[in-house]
Design a protein around this ligand. Structure first.
Ligand SMILES: [Zn+2]
Length: 166
């Protein structure tokens, strides 16, 4: 019973991670609905069998205070799982400006991506399109939950679409 459940806000944005027990309580109180369960597992009481929650969604929207993640090289790489977004390499990583700095590309989450040295040099002063180098994922501003995937226990398959991992 030490598995975790991903909690989505009413608008399907990832909000937090909670325990199975807590998720069952939220569902029971009709504060949340079950979106995905783990079909391989069941929760059993002496009389009944319940789905094993994996993702739940709150029925009412919760306003969350905006938490800012510091824009840093490390956090850009963390967001990109420490993988070159052009070729998939996991070493010699650098930060690439998607729109090159010399052409007005800014230091913002949406313009920074993880690239290995080789790809960074190869791309040079061009956009991915000009260089015909496709990005694995469009750079985005991460939210705290983006980094939940790094936590112990790992990410369950049904969480991935909500954590921008597919
Ligand atoms: Zn590369």
């Amino acid at each position: 019973m030490n598995a975790n459940v991903l909690v989505l806000n009413q608008d399907y944005q990832p909000l937090s991670i909670c325990s199975i027990q807590r998720s069952m309580k939220l569902i029971f109180l009709e504060k949340a609905e079950l979106l995905h369960d783990d079909p391989e597992k069941k929760l059993r009481s002496p009389r009944e069998e319940y789905s094993f929650p994996s993702v739940i969604r709150l029925r009412r929207y919760i306003r969350v205070p905006y938490t800012k993640i510091v824009l840093s090289r490390r956090n850009v790489m963390r967001r990109d799982n420490f993988i070159c977004q052009y070729c998939g390499k996991k070493s010699d990583l650098t930060i690439d400006h998607v729109l090159p700095k010399s052409r007005g590309g800014r230091d913002v989450w949406e313009n920074l991506t993880t690239a290995c040295e080789k790809c960074n040099v190869k791309k040079g002063n061009r956009t991915p399109r000009e260089a015909q180098m496709e990005l694995a994922a469009k750079p985005y501003r991460p939210i705290p939950i983006t980094f939940f995937r790094d936590m112990n226990g790992g990410v369950q398959e049904p969480w991935k679409p909500y954590l921008y991992m597919t």
